[in-house]
Ligand binder design. Structure first.
Ligand SMILES: [Zn+2]
Length: 145
């Protein structure tokens, strides 16, 4: 009894494998969200930025055409308080004391913020600030450094 059953199970398992493998469609490699720029094809650095119709990697200076990349958000332009265009990876300086939500700390005028990440929304800059951690800022309160 026992021997028969084991044999049946092993046969069943063996037969199921190739069927399952064939039935899984190849997954497209689109693991990123809509507003992300494509990672650098050369070094895979993810904080790339757009320069006109091209993409630029601040890590290895590689430039490539972005025309083939799907799902790229069209041409929103982020500007600092003085109308300078901001890009992902830029450094900026805070131009106004900013109260930090949920904290008694104040982000002081002149605080430097490196490697910003532009996002859609009211607070359109994602960044990390020493002593504060991950923060969201408004582009109207910063100046391109
Ligand atoms: Zn790169």
């Amino acid at each position: 009894m026992r021997g028969t059953r084991l044999q049946w199970m092993s046969v069943s398992r063996y037969n199921a494998l190739p069927i399952r493998a064939c039935g899984i469609p190849a997954r497209p490699l689109t693991g990123r969200s809509m507003d992300d720029l494509p990672p650098c094809p050369q070094c895979h650095y993810t904080y790339t930025y757009e320069d006109g119709t091209r993409f630029v990697c601040p890590e290895c200076s590689h430039e490539w055409s972005g025309s083939a990349a799907p799902g790229i958000a069209e041409a929103r332009v982020w500007k600092d308080a003085f109308g300078n265009e901001l890009k992902n990876g830029d450094s900026v300086m805070v131009i106004k004391d900013l109260k930090v939500k949920g904290s008694s700390s104040v982000l002081k005028t002149g605080t430097k913020v490196k490697n910003i990440r532009l996002t859609d929304g009211d607070h359109d800059i994602d960044c990390k600030i020493d002593g504060f951690g991950s923060m969201q800022l408004k582009s109207e309160f910063v100046k391109k450094a």
